[in-house]
Design a protein around this ligand. Structure first.
Ligand code: MYA
Ligand code: FAD
Length: 572
């Protein structure tokens, strides 16, 4: 059923029912409320949207304007859109598909505001799908991509819902209007942490799709002469083509493994939180925010590299790459805009750095911050050794975190308010947070290839891929490693030559590495990436099905071109 709805396309968007609406019930509803709504959602007996973002606010959740005012005389909440900018705007499925929504609104009771909380609101009739009284709904119009999803808008004109429709697992409002605090005000945001974590796998899968398409096509496509008189080579024989595609292929594996870690972390930390231990929430938020931001940004750029590596046919929708890029671009903005998310990670790193300066031993993904030596020890490093590469990335991140934090401390010592010092160092903070996440991805990649249960021949290939990913990162960001002399120019030259060697070493396994993603043609939806490699025949068939080819002479000739040509000829 869900798959059918999913493929219905135009105007039917059920993605967010699965990835946001249903998980919000799972994570924010009481057991009683789950009995009422969870099975309905899981069986798609109701279809839901996650309605948080408004026309005027997406990033700043505390600035949302929709209100939920408790009326103790009727034990109801009154949901209202007080301004134009409070109109819910963007939620997937909200325009035409969903008949329910979890609505994030400022909770008011006894005249006091307690901040954003989630409320279950029925928005369309289950009989005729018409909007419920007081609810105005619509689609927000064409977007860059994913136009099958009806991202919509919603306005509420004093819509009354029972008190029990507030999702009350963490915070509660009693019948008399008393507000009961949650263990942490950020638990209302927990589903965003979950969804960000899933974006890491979405990014990995998107990059896996793009590299599958581009690597397979690069084995089919023959172009130019490498040596005069010789047959045209597969374009994958060109080192430049390998330099474009193999780092993206390595990143797809790196992000895939990072998503395994993210899923495991989310499970164990939320498990502890169920028992009342909130200690892991801050690290979980920082990791999910940073990984979401980093992996989606690299993926969007990487998909466009793959698109360009396929030449003209990459620019055709037949390749599947423009659609992949559009979707990946959405991941950079949705579920927490990337800059804002990376700043959240930076906020956590600055806090941890201060704790480490005060003598606290750091643990988890920031443990290296207290372990890394501030003074570089230059020397001939073995740039093909994974341990050396991981240490280099951790040194780089620790140095940049320290530099950004000290810069901020310096600004505050000059008398700047903390917020102003933060803002004037935020570019440094973003770069430090990116270096931190990059070092985590490299370390996690190295640890995974060394411990994953695979045949030794497979481990050797994955190790080469991990070396390639790390060496590519070092050569792309060489300045960061050279700055304090931790790596020398000779180390960077060694890294470049090892990288070239890794490109050649990965080449024979490139097709096997993309086939290993096991992405069916129906998922890839790409003429260039077909498993059977019969690109040209299917490209021609695909083009012939274009709507423009329904008639030999298009109606636009008679309407526009013919009179235009005629009048120009008449002037000769
Ligand atoms: C290729 C595939 C294609 C697929 C097609 C496309 C599909 C698309 C699918 C699209 C689906 C898209 C669906 C959608 O898009 S759903 C809508 C998604 N919207 C967002 O993600 C909103 C983003 N904004 C926020 O989360 C908050 O406003 C932020 C975080 C920015 C500020 O918040 P706030 O102003 O309140 O906080 P603060 O900055 O003062 O910090 C105060 C403290 O709070 C801590 N803190 C903050 N947050 C969290 C947290 N979550 N857990 C735990 N802790 C948290 C923080 O560390 C700090 O701690 P400390 O430092 O004081 O100790
Ligand atoms: C495809 C898609 C699907 C979506 N689906 C949903 C959904 O189902 N439900 C839902 O509720 N929402 C959804 N959204 C909305 C999405 O969550 C928001 O667009 C996102 O959170 C970004 O918020 P914004 O649009 O307010 O951007 P803004 O925050 O206005 O971003 C504009 C610029 O301001 C900058 N900026 C903002 N705050 C800061 C800061 N503190 N420091 C530095 N720079 C800052 C940003 O970095 C950015 O460069 C979707 C969006 C898209 C694109």
């Amino acid at each position: 059923m869900a798959a059918a709805l999913q493929t219905l396309g135009g105007g039917i968007g059920i993605t967010l029912h699965w990835i946001a609406f249903t998980p919000t019930i799972e994570q924010q509803a009481t057991e009683e409320q789950k009995k009422k709504w969870l099975k309905l959602a899981q069986d798609v007996a109701i279809v839901g949207a996650y309605a948080q973002t408004e026309m005027g606010h997406g990033t700043f959740v505390r600035g949302l304007e929709t209100t939920a005012t408790y009326d103790p005389s009727t034990q109801e909440f009154v949901i209202n859109s007080p301004t134009l900018t409070s109109t819910k705007w963007w939620p997937g499925g909200l325009g035409k598909t969903a008949n329910h929504a979890t609505v994030m609104a400022q909770l008011y009771t006894r005249g006091k505001c307690y901040g954003p909380h989630n409320f279950m609101v029925q928005i369309r009739s289950l009989e005729n799908h018409q909007p419920c009284p007081g609810v105005t709904l619509g689609d927000i119009g064409p977007k860059m991509e994913s136009n099958g999803n009806d991202n919509g808008f919603a306005r509420f004109d004093h819509v009354r819902i029972p008190r029990e429709n507030m999702l009350m697992k963490f915070a509660r409002v009693e019948a008399d209007g008393t507000y009961v605090q949650p263990p942490s005000s950020k638990l209302a945001y927990s589903n965003m942490v979950y969804l960000r974590g899933t974006f890491v796998m979405s990014a990995a899968q998107a990059l896996a799709s793009a590299t599958t398409i581009a690597v397979r096509y690069s084995c089919v496509r023959r172009q130019s002469e490498m040596k005069p008189g010789e047959p045209e080579p597969q374009i994958l024989e060109y080192q430049t083509q390998q330099y474009k595609l193999f780092p993206q292929l390595a990143a797809a594996y790196a992000f895939w493994f990072a998503s395994w870690f993210m899923t495991q972390q989310h499970g164990s930390i939320t498990g502890s939180m169920e028992k009342g231990d909130m200690s892991g929430l801050a690290e979980l938020h920082a990791l999910s925010a940073g990984l979401k931001s980093y992996t989606t940004a690299v993926t969007a750029r990487g998909i466009d590299v793959c698109r360009m590596a396929c030449g003209g046919h990459g620019y055709s929708h037949a390749s599947g790459l423009p659609a992949l890029f559009g979707g990946a671009a959405a991941l950079c903005t949705a579920e927490g805009e990337n800059t804002v998310m990376m700043l959240q990670t930076a906020r956590y790193l600055v806090k941890c750095f201060a704790q480490s300066q005060a003598g606290k031993r750091l643990t988890g993904t920031v443990a290296y911050l207290s372990a890394v030596q501030p003074s570089p020890v230059a020397g001939n490093r073995n740039m093909s050794d994974l341990g050396t590469l991981v240490a280099a990335f951790q040194h780089r991140a620790a140095r940049m975190v320290r530099h950004a934090a000290m810069q901020m401390q310096g600004e505050m010592q000059k008398g700047k308010a903390r917020e102003d010092a933060w803002n004037s160092c935020s570019v440094l903070l973003i770069k430090a947070a990116e270096a931190h996440v990059h070092s985590f991805v490299v370390r996690n990649f190295a640890e995974t290839v060394q411990t994953v249960e695979v045949d030794e021949s497979v481990r050797a290939v994955l190790t080469s891929l991990c070396q390639l990913y790390s060496l590519y990162g070092i050569t792309e960001h060489a300045g960061d490693f050279l700055k304090d002399g931790y790596l020398t120019g000779r180390d960077i030259d060694a890294a470049s030559s090892h990288l070239s060697a890794m490109l050649a070493r990965v080449r024979p396994d490139a097709v096997a590495l993309v086939d290993a993603f096991d992405l069916h043609d129906k998922i890839l939806r790409s003429v260039l990436g077909r498993y059977d490699g019969r690109v040209y025949e299917h490209l021609y068939e695909w083009a012939k099905k274009s709507p423009l080819n329904k008639s030999e002479v298009h109606e636009s000739y008679y309407k526009y071109l013919q009179p235009f040509l005629k009048s120009n000829r008449a002037k000769l």
